[in-house]
Design a protein around this ligand. Sequence first.
Ligand code: AMP
Length: 426
Amino acid sequence: MTKIKYQTVTGMHDVFGREQLLYDKVEETAQKIADFYAFQRINTPILEDQDLFIRSVGESTDIVEKEMFTLKTKGKDLLVLRPEGTAPVFRAYLENGMQSLPQPVKLWYYGPFFRYERPQAGRYRQFWQIGFEMLGDASPVLDAQTILIAYNLLSELGFKKTIVNINSIGCEECRKDYRKALLSFLRGKKESICSDCKRRAEKNVLRVLDCKNPKCQQILSEAPQVLDYLCPDCKNHFKQVLEFLEEIPVPYKLNPFLVRGLDYYCRTVFEIGFEDSPEEEAIGSILGGGRYDFLGKSLKTDIVPSVGFSMGVERVIALMKLKDIDSKPKKKEGIFIVQVGDLAKRKALKMIQDFRTAKINVFEAISKNSMKLQLTKANKLAINTVLIIGQQEALNNTVIIKDMITGNQSTVKQENIVKEVKKRIK
Ligand code: AMP
């Protein structure tokens, strides 16, 4: 019989062991930040209506044009594996009547997202994102606070030298004039820009500014800047956001060509990265966000001014490894139970249950019989307190308690062991 080898699907990967510890660390850090700023966690379904993303992210974006995993159900509905988190959170906010709650409603999420991209370093077809969203409030102070939360999240994860790249892309009104100016600038450059840019210029000219082609970037450095076209309201909003950032202070750099790849953004857009980090250049941006006051309009539903950001967990973890940030496993707190023989196994199984009730972590290798092997495992886990139940102890109803640092050991009655361990752990 030939053996069939199954592998993960292209662009997707298993997460386990040391790698999973890093995912846990990122999640725990985000949870702490969320608790501090009073964000509630939200879990939306993995599948959503295709239309939700076409209308919100935008028809001419890479996500909608080429990257959605779409499936047709037996009932002939067109569903997609969610490619991003903002539109689903926005849908959930409206669908669950969160407009009637005190505003802004502050929600955060952590979960897998899917984009049919060409797999390469930092680019997967299933990747994890953490996102924070504040819905239902247009105040510029919230743009600044969103940026601060993102900045704090990266700082808590160990990235100390980050910089916020920021821009305002205005509202629909001011963008009309800017679009015209950009189009007329590009008209004279048609022969020199790449074929993607030619296509984007026709469909959604702002997306041209996103182009990573060095030749296009050179040409675009002379293009008109959106900041010169902002209407008085948008200008004032952006001025206030920058003033708030200066007050904190959070280091920022104006980037007049930052537009971000999704159509729903308006006014403030930002990305946080590092100055001169070749590693980051190789894997792509780690965190980005902005305001999306008119997402509701694109969905032909209520207009809800909102702001948020999302962070790519794989990219953050890749950088944590490269920069050697706290990737060592946490020291395990608790005890290790070593047992030898069937009677000892029975006693150990019961003892584990007693420690569970007492909320003390227990590590063990209960299916094994070799004392040496079990002690090696305890050593590897760097556990200081080891309990040993040999054949003799099992018969006497005793247990040896060993301090792995000093090597001292004593014998305790099994009925007193939880009390004794509690004393020592404290
Ligand atoms: P976006 O929704 O495109 O702004 O993406 C938000 C963040 O998700 C980015 O800054 C990346 O860190 C991460 N990200 C986006 N696409 C991918 C991908 N294909 N693989 C891994 N991470 C991604």
